[in-house]
Structures are given as C-alpha cells and as structure tokens.
Design a binder for this molecule. Structure first.
Ligand code: FAD
Length: 445
C-alpha cells in the first residue's frame, strides 16, 4: 500500500475509495487487448487506488489530494477505449467517473449532463423527449459521454452527422489538476482542443451535446454473393439523399459468419443498415435494384430492445472476430471514396489475409469509406509493413496499436493544446505517458 492511501482514506467516504487488488486491476484495464502489441506492453500497469466519487465535492477532494501529493491521476469512464487510453501507465489514482451520471437539462436540440452518464441512458432519455443522440459508438450501453468525447471518434449516426469534430459538442466543463483545483469551461469552437484528448487537459465533469429529432429506425442485413456488389450498394445508399440513415456497415465474406447470434451465411458479404422506417419501401426498391438478399429485417418497434444490428458494427466487429479467432486484430483505415474498390484490390493482392470491414460515414461534410479491416496477428513487423503498404497506396491509417495520442488517429490542434496543458496540468499528473514529449520517462518503466 502506498503511504498516501490512508491519508486519502481519511478524507473520503469508505465506499468511494478502493485499493484491493481486484478493484485496482478492474480499474486499470480497457480494451487494449484488441491489440496484441498494446496488450504485451500495458497489461502489467496497475493503479494504486481507485476513487469513484458520487458528488462533485468528493471529486474535488480526490483531485486536490492528488495534486498536493503529486499522485498521477487517470480519469476513467466506462473503460471501453481500445488503445489503452484509460490504462494508468504510471500507477497512482484512477478516477472512475461512472457515478457522476446525472442528466442536467434536456432542451430542443441539446442535452447537458454529467460526464459519467452512459450514452445508452442519454439516447433513451432523449428519445423519451422526441429527440435522439446524433452519433454514438457501438459501445453505447457501457461507454460514458465523457469517455466518448475524450477517447472516441465516430459511430452510429456518423453517416449523417459526421464525427466528434463535426459540431457535436457545444460545451465542456471540468476541473484542473492545479493547486487549488479550478473549474474551466469551453464553448462551441473552443471545445476543439478537448476532443479526443485522453483526459490530458482536465477532468471533464459536464458536457452539452447536440441532439437530432427522433426517428424510428428499421434494422437490416442485406447480403450479396460478391463483395464488389455489396460495396457499390453501400456507397449508393450512402450517397442517396432521399433515405434517412444511421448506419451503413459493410463486411466481406466470411466476416458475417463471426456474428453467431445472427445466423448469417459466411459465404456472403453483408451490409448492416439502420434506415428510417418511413423509407422502408424506397429502401426495399434499392435492395432489389442492387440484387441484394434481405437476410434480416427488424422493424422499428424492436430498436434498442435486446440485440441490435449495431452490436456487430464499428469495433464490435473486431470483438466478434476475436471471439471466433483470438489471433484476430484490426486496423483503422480511411479509403478514398472514389478509389475504394481499387485500393482494396491492391491491398488484398499483397496481403490476402486482410478482411475488409468498412463503415460509411461523413467527416467534415464529405463521405468517407472508413474501415476497420481485420487481420490475423502474425508479428509486429508484418503489421507495420501492412500499415506502410496502405499508406503508400494512399489509404490513410490511424494506428490503433499505440497508446500515444500523437501517433494514433486524429490529433488535437497542438498550438491550442499545449498552452491549456500547461495551465490545467502544470505537474503533468493527468494520464501520464500518453503524449509524445511527456511520454518517455513513463513508458520506459
Ligand atoms: P474510457 O475508455 O473510460 O476512456 C477513454 C479516454 O477518455 C481515456 O483516455 C480516459 O482517460 C478519458 N476520459 C474518460 N472520462 C473522462 C472524463 N470525464 N474527463 C476526462 N477524461 C476522461 N469508439 C468510437 O469512437 N466508435 C465506435 O463505434 C467504437 N466502438 C467500439 C466497440 C468496441 C467493442 C470497443 C471495445 C471499443 C469501441 N470504441 C469505439 C472505443 C470506445 O468504446 C469509445 O470511444 C467509448 O466512447 C469510450 O468511452 P468510455 O466511457 O468507455 O471511455
């Protein structure tokens, strides 16, 4: 036991602080095991204690204590990040935000809530108010809004509303790791540096996100005997402006066979979709025109009750693939919308073990064929060669096999990030080891 733990225990209710090994281990892992590279390097990193505040006062005590005693502080939401974002590389205190989960205000067009609110709960309450989340990850049942805004990027809804950076978040409020602890707030364009910043700029306590009007969503799985036809269909649906859609997720054969609860034919390529129930007939006409087979159609009454089609999309595909074959891992790729067919052919000719999984989405108003291709992990060298090959073909890769913010996906605007970092975290206590120039001493250990 670290000598500072009894001192902190004196200041907090017993139910909010734990330092037994099972609690520490549970609070120190996320889904970094999706990557054999990350797992090898992160699995022995364990926090010394876990605080789960139930009030903002308890949160202030924990943060104030960590700063005074220079204890590293890693914030945690649902712990579903898959790059080790929430792994406490330098030990110290994990701050579990999951009990600060109140909805504070819901008005037409937006919802304000505490950062530990689960996205599934926010979607439910929004729908009860005739609205819905614009966009959320496939982990919405477990993931928190704070964790998504700090560690995620896109998801269900991105085909219409884009990513985290497309005007989703209208305000962020939080606490600094300073002495004394201060409250900060950012609105509209000023939220940019906080997005996808792994909790390095402060402890986010409250957020406001924009909502969309509620739609009744039908869920579909359309299968094709050829991948190329499935791809053309997925792109055509993405391009149509007359069909309201929330999900277009494309999977090369035999990926459908990994989705065991759906009993799909692994010999066929499939497209998973969420389409407005009002557009059922024109959608069916598109399916017929494309020569697709309706493998599943769940009418809107079933939406968000039990298993949903989105439970097999985005990075859930990787989860199912790993259940099927634990050797499987993945990449995050961005194909050129107009060259996607050709880029895939080049990639598959060189590395036939790569299986194509694409999510159709928008980013910055443009359609993007964003992929989470699957591949068996052979060794790190081969993985890096595949990444390099993709980049050489103009396929953008956001490497999911690094915990470093500056080497993964989209990075914050550094000219805005560093001054805030200096002001909000002068002792570099927040999530140490996750950003380049400050990472070496922690990761060498
Ligand atoms: P955590 O994993 O707990 O934390 C993520 C990061 O945010 C960490 O760096 C943490 O320190 C920081 N953080 C958390 N809360 C706060 C806070 N209040 N203040 C400051 N920092 C904080 N991601 C997508 O974008 N789209 C997807 O569709 C998607 N699908 C996934 C599917 C699977 C099966 C898995 C395992 C992961 C998937 N992810 C996806 C990644 C991840 O689930 C999401 O990004 C999710 O939103 C993270 O939320 P969380 O609450 O679990 O965050």
């Amino acid at each position: 036991t670290e000598p500072w733990i009894p001192l902190l225990a004196d200041q907090l209710p017993p139910s909010t602080l734990a330092w037994d090994l099972p609690s520490r281990l549970k609070a120190s892992t996320d889904y970094a095991w999706f990557s054999p590279v990350l797992w090898e390097r992160l699995r022995d990193r364990v926090a010394d204690a876990v605080v789960t505040p139930t009030t903002e006062e308890e949160l202030d005590i924990a943060v104030g204590f960590a700063v005074e005693h220079r204890v590293p502080l890693t914030v945690r939401g649902g712990g579903t990040g898959n790059y080790g974002q929430a792994v406490p590389l330098a030990g110290g205190l994990v701050l579990d935000m999951s009990r600060l989960d109140r909805v504070l205000e819901i008005i037409p067009g937006s919802i304000r809530c505490q950062a530990g609110a689960r996205l599934g709960a926010l979607e439910k309450i929004s729908r009860e108010h005739g609205q819905e989340l614009r966009m959320f990850p496939s982990t919405y049942k477990k993931a928190t809004i704070g964790g998504f805004v700090q560690g995620g990027s896109g998801g269900i809804g991105s085909i219409t509303w884009g990513t985290l950076w497309d005007d989703l978040v209208s305000s962020v409020r939080g606490k600094t790791a300073t002495q004394p602890v201060k409250t900060f707030e950012a609105q509209d364009a000023a939220v940019m540096p906080y997005l996808h910043s792994y909790g390095l700029l402060g402890i986010v306590t409250e957020l406001t996100v924009r909502l969309a009007p509620k739609t009744d969503w039908d869920q579909w799985v359309i299968s094709f005997d050829r991948f190329e036809t499935a791809l053309r269909f997925a792109q055509a649906i993405a391009e149509t402006t007359t069909l309201a859609k929330r999900l277009i997720s494309l999977h090369e054969s035999p990926i459908a066979g990994y989705f065991t609860p759906l009993y799909l034919d692994s010999a066929r390529s499939v497209v998973l979709l969420e389409i407005a129930a009002d557009h059922r007939l024109p959608f069916e006409a598109e399916v017929k025109r494309a020569g697709g087979h309706i493998a599943i159609h769940w009418e809107s009454e079933r939406y968000h009750h039990g298993v949903g089609i989105s439970d097999f999309s985005w990075n859930h595909t990787t989860l199912w693939a790993r259940k099927f074959s634990p050797q499987m891992t993945y990449l995050q790729a961005r194909f050129d919308w107009h060259r996607v067919q050709e880029q895939i052919a080049l990639l598959k000719r060189q590395y036939p073990e790569v299986l194509i999984h694409l999510e159709m989405m928008k980013s910055d108003g443009q359609l993007v064929a964003s992929g989470l291709p699957l591949l068996p992990f052979i060794d790190e060298g081969r993985l890096n060669r595949i990444i390099q090959f993709c980049r050489d073909q103009g396929i953008g890769i956001a490497n999911p096999h690094t915990w470093l913010l500056d080497e993964g996906g989209r990075t914050p605007p550094w000219d805005l990030f560093w001054p805030i970092k200096q002001k909000h975290d002068p002792f570099h206590l927040l999530n140490p080891g996750k950003v380049g120039p400050l990472s070496t001493s922690v990761t060498a250990g």
